[in-house]
Write a protein that binds this ligand. Structure first.
Ligand SMILES: *[C@@H]1O[C@H](CO)[C@@H](O)[C@H](O)[C@H]1NC(C)=O
Ligand SMILES: *[C@@H]1O[C@H](CO)[C@@H](O)[C@H](O)[C@H]1NC(C)=O
Length: 458
């Protein structure tokens, strides 16, 4: 019983104020799917929005309780126009934090701008993906080597919305393992590793019914508190990528003695929650791959490559239990021509932003793009906001140093592994005499780009 009392303390409550009607929207149908099969929680909601009033409505509000909002790291809304099975794939819509009047204070509200305003009786369908980190709380917080890892997840069985919801359902997908307990209310069903809530009909705005699921999860809780990626573009047709990873297992803390003997005898029982390896999906044609730490090269890595990808499996020197850390570096080279493009007379580098390591949460990601000496007027385009600054890096062959663009972003998940572009102006043109000024000999850093430019002109 004490257990459930604790749950109730954790569960927050929302004061349902007598909120004014926000707009004439109602949600005629909401289907919500919560994926709890990894440390990264993904909630996908399909909303059927209907304008039941007479005015035009051009935005839809999404509400998250504060407890969730602080861990929300990625939010995307797409329309799925078209009917039935021929739905066109979604166009992503602008989403921003909103501060509408009359909202309960414990809510964070986002506003989605619709591609066209809804008139009286109009309906449209929206898909919303919300991604959360640090949301599954280990309970118990400490376990021994022999214990399984159990975590708690909290949400509402009803879709929390400023709009009335006519018809709704929720399904929660859990790992295929033990389910310790889950909140049962009316219309709760369980099928294997899936818990279903609903359907529920005709609920008023801000309906909320706390639910808690307590379940086993032995997926790695690998969190990089800081990860620095250096992408160095050379004149020689090469991109050298170096990833400095500092990773902690943020699952239940390990207590008691660790016995390697027991672990080796029965790794899946004596160490079921340990991180044994990481998988990094490198671009195709990656080569000269290495994996090392401060002691030196680590040989326990395996590589699979085909024309679409190069997969690197890396094993740390020891299995990582909850609370344990590891630091290592992976490096690889890529052919520059796979990432350098030309459009409308401009050359740009187009390369992916986040780490290639699977299922990794990155609390702070720093991406440094080191450009050839002499690159100037640099500009960067990223698919989401990042902090940006410029520095320079001097290595033995350089005279003035290479410009480095530094991009920084907190709370990065695999969804952020999108492409970004760095516009590269010609390094020097023939009128510039830069080749002569930089007084170096045959095949020096500047000769080559000038020579390349020269070739483009002839
Ligand atoms: C580590 O591995 C790299 C790449 O395979 C190799 O070039 C280097 O010589 C190795 N260093 C040591 C100390 O073994
Ligand atoms: C960047 O590369 C990706 C993958 O090859 C491609 O889908 C995308 O369209 C490219 N972006 C630009 C701006 O060229």
């Amino acid at each position: 019983m004490g257990f459930w009392w604790r749950f109730n303390l954790l569960v927050f409550t929302i004061a349902i104020l007598s909120t004014p009607v926000l707009s004439d929207l109602i949600l005629s149908k909401v289907d919500r799917r919560i994926d709890l099969t990894s440390q990264i929680v993904r909630i996908t909601s399909t909303l059927k929005v209907e304008n039941a009033g007479s005015g035009l409505v051009s935005e839809v509000l999404l509400a998250f309780p504060e407890l969730q909002a602080k861990n929300l790291v990625y939010l995307m809304a797409t329309t799925n126009e078209g009917k039935g099975k021929t739905k066109s794939s979604g166009v992503s819509l602008p989403v921003e934090v909103a501060n509408p009047k009359g909202m309960p204070p414990a809510l964070t509200v986002y506003s989605v701008s619709l591609p066209k305003a809804l008139g009286e009786g109009d309906t449209m369908s929206l898909d919303v993906l919300a991604v959360f980190t640090h949301t599954l709380k280990p309970f118990p917080e400490k376990i021994t080597q022999a214990d399984i890892q159990l975590v708690l997840f909290q949400d509402s069985a009803y879709y929390l919305s400023p709009y009335a919801v006519k018809f709704q359902s929720l399904s929660i997908k859990l790992p295929d393992a033990r389910i310790e307990s889950y909140t049962k209310i009316e219309n709760t069903k369980i099928h294997g590793s899936e818990i279903k809530y609903g359907p529920y009909e005709n609920l008023p705005p801000f309906s909320y019914s706390p639910l808690v699921v307590h379940f086993e999860i032995n997926q790695p809780f690998a969190v990089a508190q800081e990860l620095v990626r250096e992408i160095e573009v050379s004149h020689w047709g090469n991109v050298q990528v170096t990833e400095h990873c500092n990773i902690v297992h943020e699952g239940a803390k390990s207590e008691g003695e660790f016995s390697r003997l027991e672990y080796q005898a029965r790794p899946h029982i004596r160490g079921s929650s340990a991180i044994r390896h990481f998988v990094a999906k490198l671009p195709p044609r990656a080569h000269s791959i290495y994996y090392r730490d401060e002691i030196g090269n680590i040989s326990t890595s395996h590589l699979w490559a085909d024309s679409k990808k190069t997969e690197l499996l890396i094993e740390p020197r020891y299995p990582m239990f909850g609370g344990w850390r590891t630091a290592f570096i992976i490096g690889y080279s890529l052919p520059l021509q796979d990432f350098l493009f030309e459009s409308e007379g401009k050359r740009f580098l187009n390369i992916s932003f986040a780490s290639p390591i699977n299922d990794l949460v990155i609390d702070n990601l720093v991406v440094k793009v080191v450009l050839p000496e002499g690159s100037r007027d640099l500009s960067v385009s990223t698919p989401f906001p990042v902090k940006q600054r410029q520095e320079s890096k001097i290595s033995h062959l350089d005279v003035v140093g290479r410009p480095v663009i530094v991009l920084e972003k907190a709370d990065v998940v695999p969804e952020h592994n999108q492409y970004f572009q760095v516009l590269l102006l010609p390094l020097c043109n023939l009128n510039d005499l830069c080749c002569l000024i930089v007084n170096k000999f045959f095949l020096n850093e500047c000769f080559f780009p000038c020579f390349m430019n020269f070739l483009q002109f002839v």
